[in-house]
Design a protein around this ligand. Structure first.
Ligand code: ATP
Ligand code: MG
Length: 486
């Protein structure tokens, strides 16, 4: 039986498509998670910047509401040259000099203090500053211009100077209290006067994000590999299932064909048997009334008819037997038999080829005589082996049938000095319908030895052959004694 794996069933393209889809899903999930981590750290930095901004605004508002605060003049706090208000510098009754610190001055001094050791830096700025040093840088100018257009806050990661800095800026809106100092510049209540920009170093956030991103990478690599492994296992399993399915279908088909063949052989054999029996019976009746004038010819013709009928009947019997053996429908009914007597009877009542008067020698070399064997099958075995020896050897040669026993086995051999079997045919002679190359015009179907093998195996034994071309053949049967000796 040949199993052809159909291209249709080959699941390689499917598995590759499934693997690609899986890898794309894993990649999309990885990209999304990375994006979420980036968004998360961005929002953390934004919150930090906003919190700083709001804190600064609230301090400034307090100072603004108070109209500024007087602080002692010191090396650190000198009178603000940009503050042009009355009573900027005052003196206490005990001579202590005080100077007025306005919100912008306070914010700048606080930021200057923080410049050295604070992580988050602030810068108070304006497009039109009273103090030139408060001038906006490029990024701040951009933000301030956007505020003029109505934008409430502006932030982004600034990579200028090779640093990753999260920059945030929101505007100052001129309040009534601011006009005390800024009315001079032309500001009205509600105008955007400037802003505070906050810079948060982004490296810390990037570093903590990097750890999470590595985790995501490992997780998605594992996820991808697990998916691919599951797909491969599934593919292998489904391939095996498909192969099993094909095998099952083929076996089913072969079984159906065999059943059909057996039914045909059985029906055909029965149909042949009836006319053959009629031919045989009428020929035998004719032999009872041999006409006087042509006696010899009549006998000759009728014997040709009877021989042909018997050979056809033999062939039909063999076909039926082979078919039943194939279907394992042959029963095994062993019974105690006297093997020596059985073989002598067999040779005497032998319906072997009477045209060939071979001498058949029986060498019975066992002490035991009773064996547990199936007599019907034993009969068929010897009928086939001895008829072969007769067919494939000339009548001058004798045939030797030997029976030997050892402690474990019964050995039966049938030996002839006939045409022998060519070496290349020897391994196949027990196969159905195999006939050796030198069998030529000798009649036969090639079924006999396959039946012998089957019947010997029913006895738990085995059969083999040794043969040399033009010298002869020895067929050896071994039957174990354990269950066959009585
Ligand atoms: P049948 O089915 O009628 O017995 P067959 O004799 O051709 O036909 P087998 O008995 O199965 O078939 O034998 C198979 C082949 O083995 C034979 O065709 C023959 O070539 C070879 N063979 C069997 N016995 C002998 C023998 N004793 N000497 C030489 N060749 C043999
Ligand atoms: Mg034969």
């Amino acid at each position: 039986m040949k199993i052809i794996k159909s291209k249709f069933f080959s699941s390689y393209p499917l598995i590759i498509i499934a693997a690609l889809i899986w890898l794309i899903i894993v990649l999309i999930s990885y990209k999304r998670n990375i994006q979420e981590i980036d968004n998360y750290v961005f929002n953390l930095a934004l919150n930090e910047a906003r919190t700083n901004f709001e804190r600064d605004v609230i301090y400034r508002r307090w100072v603004t509401l108070e109209g500024g605060v007087y602080v002692p003049v010191s090396e650190y706090t000198q009178p603000n040259p940009y503050l042009n208000v009355p009573n900027r510098d005052v003196q206490t009754t005990n001579g202590q000099k005080l100077t007025l610190v306005n919100p912008a001055y306070m914010t700048r001094m606080v930021y200057d203090l923080g410049l050295k050791d604070q992580r988050v830096k602030g810068h108070i700025t304006s497009l039109n500053p009273i103090r030139p040093a408060n001038k906006a840088d490029v990024w701040e100018s951009k933000a301030l211009n956007l505020f003029e257009d109505g934008i409430k806050e502006f932030y982004e990661i600034d990579t200028a100077n090779g640093l990753n800095t999260f920059r945030y800026m929101a505007p100052f809106v001129t309040e009534k209290a601011c006009l005390k100092c800024h009315a001079e510049q032309g500001y009205k209540e509600g105008d955007i006067r400037g802003g505070i920009s906050i810079s948060v170093p982004f490296e810390n956030y990037t570093a903590s994000a990097a750890g999470q991103k590595n985790g995501e990478l490992i997780y998605h690599l594992i996820l991808g590999l697990v998916g691919l492994t599951v797909l491969l296992i599934f593919n292998k399993y489904s391939d095996e299932l498909k192969t099993k399915q094909i095998l099952y279908e083929s076996l089913k088909k072969e079984k159906e064909l065999n059943e059909l063949k057996s039914r045909f052989i059985t029906t055909a054999s029965h149909e042949f048997r009836t006319p053959l029996t009629i031919i045989q019976s009428y020929t035998e009746l004719m032999l009872l009334q041999v006409p006087e004038n042509n006696k010899e010819k009549f006998k000759k013709y009728t014997s040709v008819i009877l021989n042909s009928v018997s050979s056809m009947t033999g062939m039909i019997e063999e076909l039926l037997m082979a078919s039943r053996a194939e279907e394992k429908k042959i029963t095994f009914n062993p019974e105690p038999i006297d093997l020596f007597k059985f073989l002598n009877d067999f040779l005497e009542r032998s319906i072997l080829d009477k045209n060939k008067n071979h001498n058949i020698e029986l060498n019975y070399l066992c002490e035991t005589k009773i064996f547990n064997l199936d007599p019907k099958h034993l009969n068929t075995i010897f009928l086939n082996l001895i008829s072969n020896a007769q067919k494939y050897a000339s009548a001058e040669n004798s045939i030797r049938l030997t029976v030997k026993c050892d402690s474990k086995n019964l050995h039966l051999t049938v030996e002839d000095n006939g045409i022998g079997i060519p070496g290349k045919d020897i391994p196949f002679v027990f196969e159905r319908f195999h006939r050796a190359a030198n069998s030529g015009s000798i009649q036969g179907t090639g079924l006999g030895l396959s039946i012998v093998k089957y019947l010997v195996e029913l006895h738990n034994g085995d059969v083999s052959v040794e043969s040399e071309l033009n010298k002869g053949s020895v067929f050896k049967i071994r039957i174990p004694l354990d269950r066959n000796v009585v």
